[in-house]
Design a protein around this ligand. Structure first.
Ligand code: DGY
Length: 329
């Protein structure tokens, strides 16, 4: 029987599915440090990860490893050049999380615009004595301009929600989406600078790559309206969190909603000191149904990628399909 490592705690029934095909080493505890990850991968044919860093060093320590299945759509934790060099297949879990993640982005953007977390903390702290005409004034979503940076599947799901709020949608993306999608979403392609100047609410939904590091830093924040909000449901590192904390403290933008952070689960300490930011612990895809769908899709990818089960050899979401069928090097 082939051996796999499940590097994170996941639904036990998904582990039971995997046990039908594999000898499973399951880490139910804390995130494995790199050395321990290497030690436990040394005799494995496959792995199921969720954000664990898999680079050339890890692959070199795991000479039998042929498939690594990430339970996430984002796979910036995989060094894909190293995967290709070693003929190791990487897989991810796109699509099944689009709507839950867009819902959450919407919730975070609304919470930031309407100052929901800030008001709730104030109320819990016992400060509420009377209704006041200017208590926690925020900004409207309805009828405003939404700026989406990263118009992939989740960005498009956000843009569809904007139609119900009668919003103008402007977007920036590495490349322009097809004209029929633009028409369907009533979305206008603009430069990043133009988007930052015009949008009332900016949402980040782009993948993390070296080129996207600090896509939003001090110069970009300086272009935004003082009344604007910024929501990040993409990845830590896309925003310069220190520059954002400064801009929030100085009210150079109105507020932010952040689900992802540079160096998470650590946070830039200055973010904890500013009231006008809503902070959540990387939960945009966290509904019961969606996390189950992601876990099962990650299992499907691993089972098929390792050549067993009903779709043997045809995993649903290969990131680097060119390595399929090649011998491990
Ligand atoms: C994803 O799927 O990439 C989510 O951010 C969870 O990591």
């Amino acid at each position: 029987m082939q051996k796999i490592l499940v590097a994170r705690s996941i639904f036990p029934d998904v582990i039971d599915r995997l046990k039908q095909y594999f000898d499973v080493d399951w880490n139910e505890g804390d995130v494995l440090p790199a050395d321990e990850l290497k030690r436990r991968l040394a005799d494995k044919d496959g792995a199921l990860t969720a954000g664990d860093m898999i680079d050339a060093g890890v692959l070199a320590a795991a000479p039998r490893l042929r498939v690594v299945s990430n339970m996430a759509v984002g796979y910036n934790n995989f060094d894909m050049a190293a995967f290709n060099a070693a003929n190791v297949l990487g897989t991810n879990t796109p699509d099944v999380l689009n709507e839950s993640t867009a819902d959450f982005g919407w919730a975070l953007m609304m919470a930031a615009a309407r100052r929901i977390a800030e008001a709730e903390h104030w109320l819990r702290a016992g400060h509420w004595q009377k209704w006041s005409y200017d208590g926690f004034l925020g900004s409207d979503l309805y009828g405003s301009t939404l700026g989406v940076i990263g118009m992939g599947r989740i960005g498009q799901a956000l843009a569809r929600r904007a139609q119900g709020f009668d919003m103008r949608v402007i977007y920036h993306n590495r490349s322009r989406v097809a004209p029929q999608i633009e028409a369907e979403l009533n979305a206008e392609y603009v430069s990043k600078q133009d988007l930052l100047r015009r949008a009332d609410h900016v949402v980040l939904v782009l993948p993390y790559t070296k080129d996207n590091h600090h896509t939003i830093g001090a110069p970009e924040l300086a272009l935004m309206k003082p009344s604007a909000t910024l929501t990040n449901i993409a990845r830590g590192g896309i925003v310069d969190d220190a520059a954002l904390a400064d801009a929030l403290r100085d009210r150079r933008i109105a507020s932010a909603g952040l689900d992802v952070f540079e160096g998470e689960p650590q946070l830039h300490p200055a973010l904890l000191d500013v009231p006008n930011v809503v902070l959540t612990p990387h939960i945009a895809s966290a509904t019961e149904a969606t996390r189950r769908a992601m876990a099962n899709l990650a299992a499907d990818n691993l089972i098929a990628g390792l050549g067993v089960g009903p779709r043997a050899g045809q995993p649903p979401n290969p990131i680097n399909p060119d390595v399929l069928g090649k011998a491990r090097s």
